[in-house]
Ligand binder design. Structure first.
Ligand code: ZN
Length: 473
């Protein structure tokens, strides 16, 4: 992959109509752009996505099966876990519906227990360097995953697809309000970047982006938004809802926000209407997971979620393991198609979704009517202030090095007290408990009293979910 820096952008066009063109990497060439190799790969994917989205579900599935044979062959040949699990099975025969459904689901517990046995011993060199991703998802079982640099090209292409679908003006300003460590992106200044994403890898030049730590109070966030005047706001559904309701209740006007992009949780009922009413803004929902990438994006016409079939095979299964029919709710089982560093085959991510009918927009990409059970909880400080916990976004770096924790849940049981519910491989020492206490207090930014409760497993909620953090006050 070439590191050549692009030299031309699209943003400042001297008052000309907004016509986004990719950044060019060739000296003297501005238009049509000739991008570098990385950008060309992303654009090549995007070009194909523009066509494949209109294919029939059967045609999409047939191409997914072609790709799956490669993934399964690679997994059997280079990943110890699959050498055992798929022993004696031929990849080309596994992609028939019956054989595929006979494959056991991959659970988070298995990923934890497998450790390096799930890591490929021989990632094709062309897939680029491998990096770690760390996630707790929504199930309370932390997972460490690995991904290739190539899988980031897919990530970029789906990001571009989302911008295309929603006809976003890339020259506008994007404001991001999300989890960050204490002291990062702090109010009042937040942080600023010249581009919406990783500038060196960006396919298109964009306008600037600004970011604020979601632990800023609602009043601070609104003051910051009023000062920054972004056209697009990226944040969690529950945060968007609080902002919008606050504006409505106090008749605060916030000019210029055209669209709110929702990440990290599932948009509950009411957030759409509240954003529309408060700011006249539309809402675009994004369903993704760190260890998978994009799973589904909101249809620009119908508002449902379209599975990103070019990147992931998504199955929605009932209690018997059979595919759900439209209108039925089942567990979400995912197979990312291109990450050869740590193949996840039929991965039970812990979410539930309702299957929808084929979309009226004409796209053949499968439809999820809604995804359930990714709501997160907020912590309440003794002062009464409500804050996000960094824990619930999977931001648990460092925790697992402190003790052999298999599953965890932190519960606020009193205004000043947190209970750590842990399933552990062996009893923890006093020193380990003390280290966990220090870690948690640093994360929460308040000296809560911490007690420990040891459990065999973390119970699910009524909705069948695990929660990393619960408020019981
Ligand atoms: Zn659609």
């Amino acid at each position: 992959m070439s590191d050549a820096e692009p030299i031309a952008g699209t943003v400042d066009q001297g008052g000309m109509p907004y016509c986004p063109t990719p950044r060019s990497a060739i000296e003297g060439i501005a238009w049509p752009a000739l991008p570098n190799l990385w950008q060309a790969m992303v654009l090549s994917l995007l070009f194909q996505f523009e066509r494949s989205q209109w294919w029939s579900p059967e045609a999409l599935l047939a191409q997914q099966h072609r790709q799956l044979v490669h993934l399964l062959s690679h997994a059997t040949a280079t990943v110890p876990f699959y050498r055992q699990r798929l022993a004696g099975l031929r990849p080309a025969e596994l992609v028939t519906p019956e054989a595929w459904r006979a494959l056991p689901l991959l659970t988070r517990a298995e990923i934890q227990d497998a450790g390096d046995a799930l890591v490929s011993a021989a990632v094709p060199k062309q897939h680029g360097p491998v990096s770690d991703i760390f996630t707790s998802g929504s199930t309370g079982r932390p997972v460490q995953a690995r991904r290739t640099s190539l899988s980031l090209a897919f990530w970029s292409a789906f990001t571009e697809r989302d911008h295309l679908w929603h006809a976003r003006d890339r020259s506008a300003k994007l404001a991001v309000v999300r989890h960050a460590d204490p002291g990062q992106d702090p109010y009042p200044q937040g942080s600023r970047a010249r581009n919406w994403g990783h500038e060196s890898r960006a396919v298109y030049a964009t306008g600037p982006s600004v970011a604020l730590n979601v632990n800023a109070s609602i009043e601070q966030q609104l003051e910051w938004l009023a000062r920054e005047r972004p056209r697009y706001l990226l944040t969690f559904p529950t945060n968007a809802l609080r902002l919008a309701r606050y504006c409505l209740a106090r008749e605060i006007r916030l000019e210029g926000i055209e669209q709110v992009m929702l990440i990290g949780e599932i948009a509950g009922a009411g957030v759409r209407a509240a954003c529309r009413e408060a700011w006249g803004a539309s809402v675009a929902d994004i369903y993704s997971a760190r260890e998978i990438g994009y799973i589904a994006l909101q249809c620009p016409e119908a508002g449902c979620l379209h599975v990103q079939s070019e990147g992931v095979l998504a199955e929605i299964l009932d209690a018997a393991g059979e595919p759900c029919a439209p209108g039925e709710v089942g567990r979400v089982v995912l197979t990312p198609l291109h990450n050869f560093a740590m193949p996840l085959i039929r991965y039970d991510i812990g979410d539930y979704a309702e299957v929808g009918e084929l979309c009226r927009c004409g796209r053949g990409l499968p439809v999820l009517r809604r995804v359930l059970g990714r709501q997160q909880n907020m912590i309440v400080l003794p002062s009464g202030e409500r804050r996000w916990t960094l824990l619930s976004s999977g931001n648990i770096e460092g925790l697992l090095e402190l003790a052999p924790i298999r599953q965890y849940q932190f519960a606020q049981i009193a205004p000043d007290a947190i209970e750590a519910r842990l399933a552990v491989a062996r009893p923890l020492s006093a020193a380990e408990e003390s280290a966990i206490r220090s870690w948690l207090i640093a994360r929460l930014g308040h000296p809560f009293a911490l007690t420990f409760a040891y459990v065999d497993a973390i119970p699910r909620t009524k909705g069948g979910k695990y929660l990393d953090f619960v408020s019981e006050i």
